[in-house]
Design a protein around this ligand. Structure first.
Ligand SMILES: Cc1ncc(COP(=O)(O)O)c(C=O)c1O
Length: 464
């Protein structure tokens, strides 16, 4: 299905004979403030806070003109780390944020990152501004890593890639692009999903809803519910898909299920928006973890994809990532890059260079690339080991309960099924800090702490 985006911001439609989503026909209203298209309740939530009338210069001395600004609630994920730091319990364990830790529960800087930085220092690079699109070498490398060396889309120059501020910033640029050039398109997020997805699309003024993804009874994928949501959503909707290692559930579709999902999307001319934050981390293989995205590309489905190098290269603070659009033709890709550049220009002008140079150096150099793969296998392997140990410890404590979900789930997280009250007991009684949805980051667990965690989980299930 070809979809072209006009200079005016309208999505133009294509070849006769193909089904066209009514909202994208030429009668689509001209681009307006995306907020005005939201239902009244959501629109109200998105209004900027009102500055009180009394906020004149004259009264500033006694109270700030921002005195009526409401305190924002703590972030559900980052807030966990704050609470962890404040705890004085010697047994405390931070399983909230998805950041890799060594067996000693220390942050890990990859060996390849250190090697690349040494080379960069020797090369004596300058610190000039990058172009809005980012570092060209990085953009080429990241698209190739995602789509494969043999990608037709890359060969045909049908991929629009813009370096952005890690996964979050890349999603945000994509969301702004949707708000501007796909007016009226609704974004569907899996239920549950990474909490920040909702903030990102809402702040961009894009209306979002949820689709069935996780089946709490089977602790697996609700494929039927997902396919039903895909077929009943308005044509041309955007579906956010976690490319691998679904956060928070750790439940991914099998390749057969991805096939069904892709075909269902194509039938409704939906636009998938992949979020790939864990390539290489789920299985330890960059190739395997990109299989879902590559399947959609092979089928000729157009899609967006946000990439992050926070986890797989451990570049959390460097903010390295990209937003890609894989499209039907190179002219559309070129125009899309130009408009994404405009969005970036107004948001942050151009992205940071240091981390992008590291990533490009590691991906392009065969020796570093091999070493990186080795380190990723080690990191993914360590997580698999603690998964296995946690499963054994839980089974020993309560053999009557089926704990197999712990080893079936993929990636950094385990979605335990603990209720909010049980999570509270985990923190209050055992000093285990985790998100309220029952997710634990196994990347923050050591072998030495497996039995402690198992005991806390078993106790909380039984006594809260
Ligand atoms: C699903 C998902 N998407 C995107 C991100 C973005 O992370 P970052 O902005 O650090 O790349 C994360 C991080 O936890 C994530 O879990």
């Amino acid at each position: 299905m070809r979809r072209q985006i006009g200079e005016t911001g309208r999505v133009l439609f294509p070849p006769a004979g193909l089904t066209v989503a009514p909202r994208f026909r030429a009668s689509t209203p001209p681009l307006t403030d995306a907020r005005s298209r939201l239902p009244p309740r959501r629109r109200a939530r998105q209004q900027p806070p009102r500055v009180p009338r009394s906020a004149s210069l004259a009264c500033r001395a006694s109270s700030s003109f921002l005195a009526d600004v409401e305190q924002a609630p703590p972030d559900p994920i980052l807030g966990v780390s704050v609470a962890f730091r404040e705890s004085t319990n010697p047994n405390k364990l931070n399983l909230g944020v998805g950041a890799y830790r060594t067996e000693d529960l220390q942050p890990y800087v990859l060996d390849v990152v250190k090697q690349a930085e040494r080379r960069m220092l020797e090369a004596d690079y300058d610190k000039e501004y990058l172009p809005m699109q980012g570092l060209a070498a990085f953009n080429q490398a990241t698209a190739r890593l995602l789509l494969g060396d043999d990608s037709d889309a890359i060969a045909d120059e049908r991929v629009a890639t813009v370096q952005s501020l890690s996964g979050t910033g890349s999603l945000r640029v994509g969301a702004a692009f949707i708000a501007k050039f796909m007016p009226g398109a609704k974004v569907f997020l899996p239920s549950p999903t990474w909490g920040n997805h909702k903030n990102i699309f809402a702040d961009a003024g894009v209306e979002w809803d949820e689709y069935a993804y996780y089946d709490a009874e089977t602790i697996g994928l609700d494929l039927e519910g997902m396919l039903e949501a895909i077929s009943s959503a308005p044509e041309g909707s955007v579906f956010v898909l976690h490319g691998c290692a679904h956060n928070p559930t750790g439940v991914d579709p099998t390749m057969e299920e991805w096939e069904k999902i892709a075909d269902a999307m194509a039938r409704k001319s939906h636009v998938p928006f992949f979020d790939v934050a864990y390539q290489g981390f789920a299985s330890g293989s960059l190739e395997e973890d990109a299989a879902s995205v590559r399947l959609f590309a092979k089928k000729g489905i157009e899609f967006f994809c946000a990439q992050s190098y926070s986890k797989n290269l451990g570049l959390y603070a460097e903010r390295v990532g990209a937003i890609n659009a894989v499209l039907a033709d190179s002219a559309s890709a070129k125009k899309t890059v130009s408009q994404m550049n405009r969005i970036a220009r107004a948001m942050y002008s151009n992205p940071p260079v240091h981390g992008a140079r590291i990533a490009a150096t590691v991906i392009e150099d065969p020796v570093l690339f091999e070493r990186w793969n080795e380190e990723m296998r080690e990191m993914a392997g360590r997580i698999k080991t603690v998964r296995g140990m946690l499963f054994d410890d839980l089974t020993k404590l309560n053999p009557d309960k089926d704990w197999s979900f712990v080893t079936r789930q993929i990636g950094m997280f385990s979605f335990t099924g603990l209720s909010e009250a049980q999570v509270k007991r985990m923190t209050d009684e055992h000093a285990i800090f985790m998100t309220k949805d029952g997710r634990v980051s196994l990347a923050g667990l050591s072998q030495a702490k497996c039995a402690y965690l198992a005991n806390a989980i078993d106790d909380s299930f039984k006594n809260a």
